[in-house]
Ligand binder design. Structure first.
Ligand SMILES: O=C(O)CCC(=O)C(=O)O
Ligand SMILES: [Fe+2]
Length: 222
């Protein structure tokens, strides 16, 4: 006896399987790397949207938040555009990440409260030096996400995400930014970098956050 699953329930089942794999990886290792695992229709629509986006919407990326915000092209060279959900592709992405957020909260009790993300473009020669996305006790970014939109990525093109296990690790785990790949890691735990890319590199970087609002200060969206 075979169950005939409709397209939607099949893709919901695929999503659940991926989210479960991510939850298990995070629990065991604190990071999760999934080559080509993003749903095909989602990856395709994000790439199409990116290709048609006005390049003027991209701004040079900075480091730090609020008052500590600076731009320093010796540290990072990418251009970014925040995803607001105005486009269908952006909306579908945020909906999908919302489903992941709810799943991870149920499975791991992480208390993830919100999600923010931006497209990033690294042109030839661009990089992002080794850094952490959140400092212990200082920030409310809990889980970092990177998704890659590069078709036909060549092994010698550089532009790898390197995730280090701790401050002393010099070797790291290398992730090639290939089409549909999704990598996640705990924001406070893993220093990481993007090595110099030899060609245009397109990605989404995102962060799940916990809520740090108080009566005196409302948590800003980013
Ligand atoms: O694009 C990547 O692989 C990671 C980017 C990153 O580390 C960041 O934007 O904080
Ligand atoms: Fe980062």
């Amino acid at each position: 006896m075979f169950d005939v699953l409709s397209n939607t329930s099949q893709s919901a089942a695929n999503d659940e399987a991926l989210f479960a794999q991510i939850a298990t990886d995070l629990q065991i290792n604190g990071y999760s790397i999934n080559y080509g695992a993003l749903p095909n229709d989602l990856t395709a629509s994000l790439l199409l949207h990116l290709k048609h986006m006005d390049s003027a919407k991209f701004e040079q990326a900075g480091i730090g938040r609020d008052q500590a915000f600076t731009r320093d092209d010796s540290v990072r060279r990418d251009e970014i555009c925040w995803i607001t959900g105005e486009s269908d592709a952006g909306r579908n992405w945020l909906d999908w990440m919302q489903a992941m957020r709810i799943f991870l909260n149920r499975r791991l009790f992480l208390g993830l409260f919100s999600f923010e993300s931006h497209f990033a473009h690294y042109a030839k020669g661009d990089f992002y030096k080794r850094h952490v996305d959140a400092f212990k006790g200082d920030d409310n970014r809990v889980l970092s996400v990177a998704v890659y939109l590069n078709q036909d990525w060549l092994p010698d093109a550089g532009g790898e995400l390197v995730i280090y296990n701790d401050d002393n690790d010099q070797q790291g785990i290398k992730v090639a930014p290939t089409y549909g790949t999704i990598a996640l890691f705990l924001s406070e735990e893993f220093p990481h970098e993007v090595t110099v890319t030899q060609t245009d590199r397109y990605s989404i970087a995102g962060w799940f956050r916990v809520n740090t609002s108080t009566a005196a200060r409302v948590d800003p969206p980013r």
